[in-house]
Design a protein around this ligand. Sequence first.
Ligand SMILES: [Zn+2]
Length: 291
Amino acid sequence: MALGYLSAMLKSAQAGKYAIAAFNIIDYNSARAVIDGAQEMNAPIIIQLSVKTIRLWGFKPIASWVHAFAADADVPVALHLDHCKDLDVIRGCIDAGWTSVMFDGSALPFDENVARSLEAYEIAQAAGVGLEAELGAIGGTEDDKFVAEDEAILADVDECIAFCAAMPKLATFAPAFGTAHGFYKGEPKIAYDRLERITAKVDIPIALHGGTGLTEQQFERCIQSGCAKVNISTMHKQQFIDGFADLRRKEPTNNEPIPYIAAQYDAMKSGVKQMIGLFGSDGKASVTAAR
Ligand SMILES: [Zn+2]
């Protein structure tokens, strides 16, 4: 089917109390593994890209892979831009065929974040694509940004309400509530009370950043509290690398590339299927609106 749209997909997930997995793909093989994993689980899926991955491959090649895979799939697939501060990259993605984008103004003071996010919102609305925006500071490392865990700032509930009121058609909202990018160093300190106070007042589906390393119970509670999109990046990157490296260790004299690509694909696809199972989106393709 044609590419799906984040807003419609996440509204279905929010209503059905499941979450759609959003994987940060790395290359063609990674995109293929994520979409095939979703297809095998009959689950909707979000393919998302970091800005540095887009700078590596270019807008058009990525869009052409994902459009082609989605066309052959029977499950809704959205193509999303992860954390971005650059409106030119946002425009480039929209022009190349992305169906949603994220503007990350979380490092800015509140008023400036609202003003800059609104600029991105207007660009996205005019193009008919979805926008994700962030408030508060999510801990850990994302691209070149590092937020120490003790500097991570939970989103303020009143600011969340004002932020979302300014952008009522936001496809998804990413308030910081204690999850972190990268591997967790200790026990994640998820502020469920904060999350629940936000979702009691804000009707926009919530995006959970920093999904790698959370337990089944933690995912379950976040999803029941309104998270409809769960980002998985670190785990997928690890499987991308380990898929190759494990085979090399096992077969040090094998110099044929294709078995390595296959091993990497299998490692990534099994991770995708595992996460879809945890998020309750398996079997949900047909009840997920794509537009
Ligand atoms: Zn993130």
